[in-house]
Design a protein around this ligand. Sequence first.
Ligand SMILES: Cc1cc2nc3c(=O)[nH]c(=O)nc-3n(C[C@H](O)[C@H](O)[C@H](O)COP(=O)(O)OP(=O)(O)OC[C@H]3O[C@@H](n4cnc5c(N)ncnc54)[C@H](O)[C@@H]3O)c2cc1C
Length: 451
Amino acid sequence: MQVTVLGAGIIGVSTAWHLLQRGHEVTLVDRQTDAALETSFANAAQISVSYCEPWANKDAPLKTLKWMFSDESPLLFRPQLDWAQWRWGLQFLAQCNDAAFERNVAQLVALGSYSHAALKAVVADTGIEYHRLERGIAHYYTDQKSFDGAAEAAAVMQRFGVKRRVVSRSELLTIEPALQAFADRIVGGTYTQSDESGDARTFTQQLATLCGQRGARLMFGHDIERLDSDGREIREVRVRDRQSGLARVLKSDAFVVACGSYSTPLLKSVGVDVPIYPGKGYSATLPLLKPDQAPSVSMIDDQLKIAVSRLGNQLRVAGTIELGGFDLSLDTPLAKKRCEMLVRRIEQVFPGVADTRTPEQGGDPQFWCGLRPATPTNIPLIGRTKLRKLWINAGHGTLGWTHGAGSGKALAELIHGERPAMDFGFYGMPSDAQTAPVSARLRVAQPPGQA
Ligand SMILES: Cc1cc2nc3c(=O)[nH]c(=O)nc-3n(C[C@H](O)[C@H](O)[C@H](O)COP(=O)(O)OP(=O)(O)OC[C@H]3O[C@@H](n4cnc5c(N)ncnc54)[C@H](O)[C@@H]3O)c2cc1C
C-alpha cells in the first residue's frame, strides 16, 4: 500500500518507520528542511511513562484561574477572540473531575508502556544514539504540603503498574548527588527508575534518515497546502516546494496527518474537527561547565513544574504552558521572562554547573519554544477520521516524545489491519479495536474501500 505521512516530527517519522517495517511504500512530507525542526526540536527529553498525569484534574480550574495573573506561572491561559480556544477550555473543564482523571491516566499509562517497549525495540534494531540515559526520573519537592500529596500521586501510578515510589531527601540525594547544593530546600521526592531521557530531535532525524535509506520518499521543504476530498474520501494532497514554488499533487492509498498543532486547521479544511490546541512551552539548553557535578537522572521540579535533562555536555531545562494561540515568539517580554525563569532555576538548583550567563554577559543559552499539540484529555488522537483513506496521529501534548514510538507503531498496525496490543481508545475505530487483549493481535475489520 502507498501511504503518505504528513508531518515529520517524532510522530510522523515514527509512523513512517513502522509502516516501512510492514512493507508499505511511504512518502514523508514536511515544510522544514529536516525532520523534528518544530515541536520535536528541543523538548525536555523525558521518556516519562510514570509522569503522565493529565493537566485536567479537580484542582486545575482554581489553579489556572490563580495562575492567570502571574507571568511565571506553570500554566497560563491567555484568552483570545478565538472560539476554538474557548471550546477547548470548556472541554478541558469537563475533564476536571476524579473519574475522568483516572480514565485518562489509564489510557496514558497504557500508551506509555506500549511506547516504551516500542522505543527500546527501535533502538535495538537501529542502534540510533541520542544521548540516551536510562537513569530514571526523579521529582523533587520544596514544599511540604505538595510533598504530602506525592504519595497519593505515586499510589495512582502504582495502581496502573508503574513503579513510582516516594523517597526521602537523603535517598533522593543518593539517587542524584548533583542535588546536594539545593538539599536544604528539598523536603522529599518520588522516583521511577524505569523512566529515561534522550534527545528527541537527534533520534527523530536519524530515524528519518533511516526511513530514507529503507526506501521512503522524503519530501522536506514542502508546504502542505490543501487536502482535497469529495466529502467521503480523501482524494489527494496539494503540496508546494518552498524553494522552487512548484506545486505538486500527491495521490496515495492512505494519508496520515501528523502535523502536531497544525493538524487542526489542515483537517478542518476537509470538515474533520479535532480538539487539538497549541500549548506553548519553552526550553533553554545550556553548556555544562562542570560535567562531573551535573545531574544524569532526569528531574522534575515540582514548584515550577519544569523538567531538567542532561544531554551529553549540555543541560536542558524546559517547561511552562501558555494557551494563547499559534504564537512562536521568543522576544516578547512574557517569553523572555519565562525563559529567564528556567535559567535562574538551574543556577539555584545546580549552582555553577552550567553556563547560565545571558548573551549580554557573554553566555550562550539556546532558548527555544514549541507548540504542544494539546487535547483536553491529554490523550492523543490515533486512528481513522470520518473520511476514507484519511488517518490521524496527533494531539500528543506534553508527552509526544514518550508516546512517539508507540503511537507510530500503533497507527502503522491499524493501517496494516492489525490490532495494537494495548488497552487504548483509538480515534474513530470500531469498539472492538478500542481495547485489546495484551497478548493477542487480531485483525481489525476494515470497512469497504478503507485503505
Ligand atoms: C517545552 C516542551 C517540553 C516538552 N517536553 C517533553 C518531554 O520531556 N517528554 C515528552 O514526551 N514530550 C515532551 N514535549 C512534547 C513533545 O515535544 C510533543 O508532543 C511532540 O514533539 C509532538 O510531536 P509531533 O510530531 O506531533 O509534532 P511536531 O514535532 O511539531 O511535528 C509536526 C510536523 O508537521 C510539520 N507541519 C505542520 N504543518 C505543516 C504544513 N502545513 N506543511 C508542511 N509541514 C507541516 C511541521 O514542520 C512539523 O515538523 C514537550 C514539548 C514542549 C513544547
